[in-house]
Design a protein around this ligand. Structure first.
Ligand code: HEM
Length: 399
């Protein structure tokens, strides 16, 4: 006999303890319950159930409900959202929309961005003062993904601040806080106009960049003009905010451990293993959203169609049955089990390869150039959805 979801244990993510140190709390929840409920919906804490749920065809996208929670008014922002990949459940339209992007940002294609990324990281290092405390979020973590985006859309690199700022604004959709809705709408409107200009200026003069490749997809009949526009805004939305926070998390977690930083400085080939462990131990994505498409059973509970469901990666990553001593930051862990920072299946993050390269290159270059990097101020805030770095001040070359 299935139990009603109202009988699930209730968890609270609004406490100060959770906001500062969520992972031991989530690990503790996961020891007690495979699923629970919070004010936003059903929470899955079990590693295996999280993995199964993100590819479960009975669970669809949680984005339409998110827009309702925010009260996004009719207009160009909501129109864009409705047309974007995030609104589509499994099926031919989702497959058709993802196919070109998965190819253009796939593992091999992303490798081809590595040289550009190295150049961007090196320019960012050249631009910051190295002998006094600097704000690495503003000057560094934001700059790297947004400069790459500028290259993708054939924009002057000086646009990076606009790209970074708008991404931070529109990603506030995930706060589920309707007091942010006006700013979010304005952010999307600015991005839509920006992308229209970029497409217009590139349409008759195609070159070797992502925007040109996407326009070529319209010639091949794989995407419409409107779909290209929507994709470019979606990439701007998802790119800088997530990437910047994940770069900052990596710098803090690695540079605050002198033995690990020293190993990285001496052997940059350790960067991929180090970044994997950062993404397990302190992921940017603490959860991803789904919605039950049908009445379904989950760990002995009857979950009605329409219920928001969250796969809680933070809890899964600190599960001692899957990761022995999860509280131990250990860059020598085996590759498997895989971390879930980028979700999975047909909803998986399309930027996962490129951002992983960005984090690897940033950390490898910083450790090599600045083995004595000193963190002056580093603070986090955690929501049920994300880890955010609120302060990252460092002196790159302390005397
Ligand atoms: C470390 C940085 C990032 C993290 C942690 C991250 C995480 C995620 C997660 C968890 C999802 C949802 C997956 C699911 O529900 O199964 C997602 C989706 C997505 N991400 Fe990322 N992401 C990052 C960077 C990026 C970048 C750099 C881009 C673009 C260049 C990007 C583009 C997208 C898109 C377009 C989707 C929606 C995919 C779909 O619905 O088919 N992300 N990301």
């Amino acid at each position: 006999m299935l139990k009603a979801v109202e009988n699930l244990p209730v968890v609270d993510f609004a406490t100060k303890a959770y906001r500062t140190q969520p992972f031991p709390i989530l690990a503790d929840y996961a020891r007690q319950w495979r699923v629970a409920r919070s004010t936003r919906g059903v929470e899955i804490f079990d590693y295996d159930l999280c993995r199964a749920s993100i590819v479960d065809s009975r669970l669809g996208t949680g984005h339409p409900k998110l827009m309702e929670v925010l009260g996004l008014p009719d207009g160009s922002a909501l129109d864009y959202k409705r047309k974007s990949i995030s609104f589509y459940n499994r099926g031919e339209t989702r497959r058709k929309l993802r196919r070109p992007i998965v190819r253009l940002l796939g593992e091999g294609a992303s490798e081809e961005f590595r040289q550009d990324i190295r150049r961007i990281v090196s320019q960012a290092i050249d631009a910051v003062a190295i002998d006094r405390p600097v704000d690495l979020i503003a000057e560094f973590c934001d700059r790297i993904p947004s400069s790459l985006y500028c290259k993708w859309v054939n924009a002057p690199e000086s646009d990076w601040k606009f790209v970074a700022k708008t991404s931070h604004v529109v990603q506030q959709v995930h706060t589920r806080d309707s007091s942010r809705t006006d700013d979010i709408v304005e952010g999307f409107e600015k991005l839509l106009s920006y992308i229209d200009e970029r497409i217009e200026s590139r349409r008759g003069d195609l070159g070797d960049d992502l925007i040109s490749d996407l326009i070529r997809e319209t010639h091949a009949g794989n995407l419409t003009h409107d779909e290209v526009r929507t994709w470019l805004v979606k990439l701007a939305e998802a790119n800088t905010d997530n990437s910047s926070h994940q770069i900052a998390i990596a710098v803090i977690e690695l540079a605050s451990r002198p033995d690990v930083w020293d190993r990285l400085a001496k052997d940059p080939s350790l960067a991929p293993a180090a970044i994997r462990e950062v993404m397990r131990f302190h992921p940017r994505s603490i959860s991803t959203s789904r919605e039950a498409l049908v009445d379904m059973d989950m760990a002995g509970y009857a979950v009605p169609a329409g219920t928001p469901v969250f796969a809680n990666f933070g809890a899964a990553h600190w599960n001692s049955r899957r990761y022995p001593k999860p509280e131990w930051f250990n860059i020598d862990r085996p590759v498997r089990p895989l971390h879930l920072n980028f979700g999975g299946g047909v909803f998986s993050c399309v930027g996962r390869f490129v951002v992983t390269i960005e984090v690897e290159e940033t950390v490898a270059m910083l450790a090599k150039e600045f083995p004595g990097l000193r963190l002056e101020k580093a603070n986090f805030d955690h929501s049920p959805m994300f880890t955010s770095v609120t302060d990252l001040i460092a002196t790159l070359k302390p005397n």
